[in-house]
Design a protein around this ligand. Structure first.
Ligand code: FDA
Length: 292
């Protein structure tokens, strides 16, 4: 728990970022979790029967020019992705901290570009103080773009109510990767995840089960059968470079499996969150240190 909090704090530190993101050691570890060529990576995953959602790495921006740059990056990648792909978008990278309207306008531009290419958009869930704005932006976008999806973090105590309110929406359920005060921790997160799964699988939403946890995956598949959902009625989602055998196994059984593919230079905070949720990943850092 302490290590997780430390790594999440390190993920937000500009000084640590300057130090670590220029080190060849962290760069080589990043390559395991971040695609160096997003189109080559997504084409290869598609060839293997997997779906993709693409994330242009970047977090909170503090000026409009950077937010515009983020929109341009998404419009560019959408133009190069195959139909059926999805893009994952962070509202803070679109200017949410400057104004909700700016983030909404920018997200709408991305949704329009995506709709023209038969690509869908999913809004990532970020820090706890952005969640109300996330839900409000998602609700507004859905009026024009009914397929826009949103992530719900099971560690938040109102996660099940959020899921219940998202009738008919594409909902990505994840455990939650940030440091949220007052949030569930440990096994309580798993219990909340299962509660949310029950709400989503029994309701009208399209559940996107974003977890590598074998127990959550098994419970999701059981609930899907129980509620008469066929393979097209929900999907599993996993991160690029994580449990690739399991991704292939589920796809081989006929399930829809979407891989979250991050790309771009701004990989530092993303990598630190991956290390925080699974400190075992630190062994890659250790190995890279030893091999120089
Ligand atoms: P967790 O980390 O709880 O581990 C449980 C078990 O799963 C482990 O004991 C192990 O058995 C297995 N496992 C986990 N990682 C493994 C690995 N690397 N190798 C082998 N086994 C492993 N978060 C967020 O806050 N907002 C968001 O929008 C998103 N979006 C998102 C999209 C997708 C597609 C995914 C998969 C995840 C996210 N997340 C996220 C991150 C999410 O909230 C969470 O931090 C991580 O997925 C880790 O939680 P898990 O449920 O995967 O397992």
């Amino acid at each position: 728990m302490l290590l997780r909090q430390t790594l999440i704090a390190v993920s937000r530190s500009r000084r640590a970022e300057a130090l670590l993101s220029n080190s060849s050691m962290t760069t080589s570890v990043a390559r395991r979790f971040v695609a160096s060529d997003v189109i080559a990576a997504t084409s290869e995953l598609t060839r293997r029967g997997l779906l993709v959602t693409v994330d242009h790495l970047g977090e909170e921006v503090d000026d409009r020019v950077k937010a515009d740059g983020e929109v341009m990056a998404y419009v560019d990648v959408i133009g190069r992705l195959a139909p059926g792909a999805d893009v994952s978008v962070k509202l803070t990278a679109l200017g949410l901290r400057l104004s909700e309207q700016l983030a909404l306008d920018n997200a709408a531009t991305i949704c329009e570009a995506a709709a023209a290419r038969d690509v869908t958009v999913t809004l990532d869930a970020e820090e706890h103080d952005t969640i109300d704005a996330l839900m409000s932006v998602h609700a507004t976008l859905r009026k024009e773009h009914p397929l826009v999806g949103v992530a719900v973090q099971a560690y938040l105590k109102d996660a099940a109510e959020r899921c219940a309110a998202l009738t008919g929406a594409r909902v990505r359920l994840c455990k939650g990767a940030y440091d949220a005060p007052g949030a569930y921790s440990g096994k309580d997160v798993d219990r909340s995840f299962v509660k949310c799964l029950r709400v989503l699988m029994s309701g009208s939403a399209y559940p996107m089960v974003a977890s590598h946890d074998p127990r959550m995956i098994e419970i999701a598949s059981t609930l899907a059968v129980l509620h008469g959902r066929d393979a097209d009625g929900f999907e599993y989602q996993m991160l690029y470079g994580v449990r690739t055998d399991e991704q292939a196994r589920l796809a081989g059984l006929g399930a829809k499996v979407r891989v979250y593919v991050p790309y771009g230079d701004d990989w530092y905070a993303y990598l630190m969150r991956r290390l925080a949720e699974r400190p075992a990943n630190l062994r890659f850092v250790a190995r890279a240190l030893v091999s120089g």
